[in-house]
Design a protein around this ligand. Structure first.
Ligand code: DX5
Ligand code: ZN
Length: 216
């Protein structure tokens, strides 16, 4: 079943609780944490995640675009995230970190920037609950979907099947009604959408429309 995770990066940050509640039919709420070092943009941190987790019943899918992920990721589990994604490029010890996230009670997820290949990380897949393939350069909402990532999505899905894993495969960046079918066909099953949801007049209806398209 396709899961749709609206990204609050495209929401109104002065009305985060209402914006979170506007998409309560979604599977997860995607929360983009940026530190102005790993990516050239700055968003929010642990205290806001804590407040947000109390303001919505939708579980939080925290995407950490921050350096020194080993140090910070566990704190997002404590703040109430149900899933924590770190970037492999920013983690010194990804296996230890994934195990720590799981031990603290959240789903462990690892993200790859567009230029980072999956193949060197094949043996790490059993340590993860989700793998995120970025379909834009991380840092900003509203960018165009990178079609050149489709072969990587396909190869990753093949690796997951070959190892008989339950791992979810998430895509993030430029996912819309016009690109989601290509992602689903390539093997993604968790879809982050920022501008396609919060740029719509009715965000909840946009979630349903994306879900229908992803189901084919
Ligand atoms: C970008 C973020 C995304 C962003 C996606 O670095 O990781 O989650 O919100 O926004 P759209 O869906 O507008 O590309
Ligand atoms: Zn994201």
């Amino acid at each position: 079943m396709a899961q749709i995770n609206p990204s609050i990066l495209s929401a109104d940050f002065a009305r985060l609780a209402e914006e979170a509640q506007a998409v309560e039919g979604a599977d997860w709420l995607h929360v983009d944490v940026m530190d102005n070092h790993f990516v050239p943009n700055l968003t929010l941190g642990v205290p806001i995640v804590e407040s947000l987790s109390r303001a919505t019943s939708t579980p939080l899918d925290c995407h950490l675009m921050i350096e020194d992920a080993d140090r910070w990721a566990p704190q997002y589990v404590e703040a109430g995230a149900g899933s924590v994604t770190f970037h492999v490029e920013a983690a010194a010890a990804p296996v230890r970190l994934a195990r720590e996230i799981r031990a603290k009670g959240a789903r462990a997820s690892m993200a790859l920037r567009p230029a980072t290949p999956i193949e060197p990380y094949e043996d790490l897949l059993p340590e993860l609950d989700m793998l995120l393939i970025m379909t834009v350069e991380p840092g900003f909402g509203g960018q165009s979907f990178l079609d050149i990532m489709l072969p990587k999505i396909r190869r990753t899905r093949e690796l997951i099947s070959r190892h008989g894993l339950e791992l979810w495969l998430q895509v993030d960046g430029g996912v819309s009604e016009s690109t989601i079918e290509r992602c689903a066909e390539a093997g993604a099953d968790v879809f982050v959408a920022g501008s396609a949801v919060y740029g719509a007049k009715d965000p909840a209806a946009a979630v349903q429309a994306l879900r229908a398209k992803a189901a084919g």
